[in-house]
Design a binder for this molecule. Structure first.
Ligand code: ZN
Length: 146
Protein backbone atom coordinates (compact mmCIF):
# COMPACT_ATOMS: atom_id res chain seq x y z
CA UNK A 1 0.00 0.00 0.00
CA UNK A 2 1.28 3.45 -0.89
CA UNK A 3 2.31 5.79 1.91
CA UNK A 4 -0.32 8.35 0.92
CA UNK A 5 -3.05 5.76 1.31
CA UNK A 6 -1.69 4.77 4.74
CA UNK A 7 -2.03 8.36 5.99
CA UNK A 8 -5.58 8.47 4.66
CA UNK A 9 -6.54 5.20 6.35
CA UNK A 10 -4.92 6.26 9.62
CA UNK A 11 -6.83 9.56 9.57
CA UNK A 12 -10.18 7.96 8.71
CA UNK A 13 -9.75 5.20 11.31
CA UNK A 14 -11.06 7.54 14.01
CA UNK A 15 -12.56 10.51 12.08
CA UNK A 16 -15.92 11.02 10.39
CA UNK A 17 -15.34 12.63 7.00
CA UNK A 18 -17.74 12.88 4.05
CA UNK A 19 -16.57 11.85 0.60
CA UNK A 20 -16.08 15.13 -1.36
CA UNK A 21 -17.76 13.49 -4.34
CA UNK A 22 -20.88 11.88 -2.88
CA UNK A 23 -20.99 12.71 0.83
CA UNK A 24 -20.68 9.10 2.00
CA UNK A 25 -19.12 8.83 5.49
CA UNK A 26 -15.61 7.45 4.93
CA UNK A 27 -14.87 6.56 8.58
CA UNK A 28 -12.94 3.28 8.71
CA UNK A 29 -12.15 3.32 4.98
CA UNK A 30 -9.63 0.75 3.76
CA UNK A 31 -7.73 1.68 0.60
CA UNK A 32 -8.06 4.99 -1.21
CA UNK A 33 -11.34 4.58 -3.05
CA UNK A 34 -14.81 5.66 -1.93
CA UNK A 35 -16.93 2.50 -1.67
CA UNK A 36 -20.06 4.45 -2.67
CA UNK A 37 -19.02 6.44 -5.78
CA UNK A 38 -15.66 4.83 -6.60
CA UNK A 39 -13.66 8.12 -6.65
CA UNK A 40 -9.99 7.89 -5.62
CA UNK A 41 -9.26 9.87 -2.46
CA UNK A 42 -6.19 11.49 -0.93
CA UNK A 43 -5.35 13.29 2.27
CA UNK A 44 -4.63 17.01 1.72
CA UNK A 45 -4.05 20.25 3.53
CA UNK A 46 -6.88 22.73 2.96
CA UNK A 47 -7.55 26.33 3.92
CA UNK A 48 -9.86 26.74 6.89
CA UNK A 49 -11.39 29.84 5.25
CA UNK A 50 -10.61 29.99 1.50
CA UNK A 51 -11.73 33.68 1.25
CA UNK A 52 -12.96 33.40 -2.32
CA UNK A 53 -15.20 36.49 -2.33
CA UNK A 54 -12.81 38.72 -4.34
CA UNK A 55 -12.04 35.94 -6.83
CA UNK A 56 -15.72 35.09 -7.34
CA UNK A 57 -16.70 38.78 -7.43
CA UNK A 58 -14.26 39.48 -10.27
CA UNK A 59 -15.17 36.26 -12.04
CA UNK A 60 -18.87 37.16 -12.05
CA UNK A 61 -18.12 40.71 -13.25
CA UNK A 62 -16.06 39.49 -16.19
CA UNK A 63 -18.39 36.59 -17.02
CA UNK A 64 -21.39 38.95 -17.05
CA UNK A 65 -19.62 41.18 -19.61
CA UNK A 66 -18.58 38.17 -21.68
CA UNK A 67 -22.12 36.78 -21.69
CA UNK A 68 -23.60 40.14 -22.65
CA UNK A 69 -21.18 40.71 -25.53
CA UNK A 70 -21.45 37.13 -26.77
CA UNK A 71 -25.24 37.06 -26.82
CA UNK A 72 -25.57 40.51 -28.41
CA UNK A 73 -22.98 39.57 -31.04
CA UNK A 74 -25.18 36.59 -31.99
CA UNK A 75 -28.21 38.88 -32.06
CA UNK A 76 -26.45 41.46 -34.28
CA UNK A 77 -25.46 38.61 -36.62
CA UNK A 78 -29.05 37.39 -36.70
CA UNK A 79 -30.44 40.87 -37.39
CA UNK A 80 -27.89 41.34 -40.19
CA UNK A 81 -28.81 37.94 -41.71
CA UNK A 82 -32.56 38.61 -41.58
CA UNK A 83 -31.94 42.12 -42.91
CA UNK A 84 -34.54 43.94 -40.85
CA UNK A 85 -32.18 46.77 -39.97
CA UNK A 86 -28.44 47.36 -39.78
CA UNK A 87 -26.51 47.28 -36.52
CA UNK A 88 -22.95 47.39 -37.88
CA UNK A 89 -22.12 50.41 -35.67
CA UNK A 90 -22.62 48.16 -32.66
CA UNK A 91 -20.09 45.62 -33.90
CA UNK A 92 -16.83 47.22 -32.62
CA UNK A 93 -17.90 47.49 -28.97
CA UNK A 94 -19.24 43.93 -29.06
CA UNK A 95 -16.15 42.41 -30.67
CA UNK A 96 -13.72 44.39 -28.48
CA UNK A 97 -15.86 43.58 -25.42
CA UNK A 98 -15.90 39.88 -26.26
CA UNK A 99 -12.15 39.66 -26.90
CA UNK A 100 -11.08 41.74 -23.87
CA UNK A 101 -13.57 40.00 -21.55
CA UNK A 102 -12.38 36.57 -22.71
CA UNK A 103 -8.70 37.46 -22.23
CA UNK A 104 -9.41 39.03 -18.84
CA UNK A 105 -11.37 35.96 -17.74
CA UNK A 106 -8.50 33.64 -18.72
CA UNK A 107 -6.03 35.92 -16.89
CA UNK A 108 -8.32 36.12 -13.86
CA UNK A 109 -8.55 32.35 -13.48
CA UNK A 110 -4.92 31.70 -14.48
CA UNK A 111 -3.44 34.27 -12.09
CA UNK A 112 -5.73 33.37 -9.21
CA UNK A 113 -2.93 32.16 -6.90
CA UNK A 114 -0.83 35.28 -7.58
CA UNK A 115 -3.77 37.57 -6.86
CA UNK A 116 -4.32 35.89 -3.49
CA UNK A 117 -0.91 37.21 -2.40
CA UNK A 118 -1.91 40.83 -3.10
CA UNK A 119 -3.15 43.02 -0.24
CA UNK A 120 -6.93 43.05 0.24
CA UNK A 121 -7.20 46.67 -1.01
CA UNK A 122 -5.50 45.68 -4.31
CA UNK A 123 -7.76 42.66 -4.77
CA UNK A 124 -10.84 44.83 -4.15
CA UNK A 125 -9.53 47.33 -6.70
CA UNK A 126 -9.14 44.53 -9.26
CA UNK A 127 -12.72 43.36 -8.62
CA UNK A 128 -13.87 46.95 -9.15
CA UNK A 129 -11.91 47.11 -12.43
CA UNK A 130 -13.56 43.85 -13.62
CA UNK A 131 -17.03 45.24 -12.99
CA UNK A 132 -16.16 48.71 -14.32
CA UNK A 133 -14.85 47.15 -17.54
CA UNK A 134 -17.99 45.07 -18.06
CA UNK A 135 -20.42 47.88 -17.24
CA UNK A 136 -18.38 50.42 -19.24
CA UNK A 137 -18.21 48.21 -22.31
CA UNK A 138 -21.97 47.54 -22.11
CA UNK A 139 -22.58 51.31 -21.94
CA UNK A 140 -20.24 51.76 -24.96
CA UNK A 141 -22.40 49.27 -26.86
CA UNK A 142 -25.61 51.14 -26.05
CA UNK A 143 -23.98 54.49 -26.91
CA UNK A 144 -23.04 53.07 -30.33
CA UNK A 145 -26.71 52.36 -31.18
CA UNK A 146 -28.38 55.04 -33.25
ZN1 ZN B 1 -17.94 9.00 -2.80
Amino acid sequence: MAERSEHLERFLADHDAPCPGCGYNLRGLEGDQCPECGERLELRIGMADPKLSQFIGGLIGLAAGLGFHGLFLIWVGYVAAVGTFSMWDALPPLVVGLVVSSAALFAWTGLRARMRRLPLSRRRLLVFVCWAWSIGSVLWFFASLR
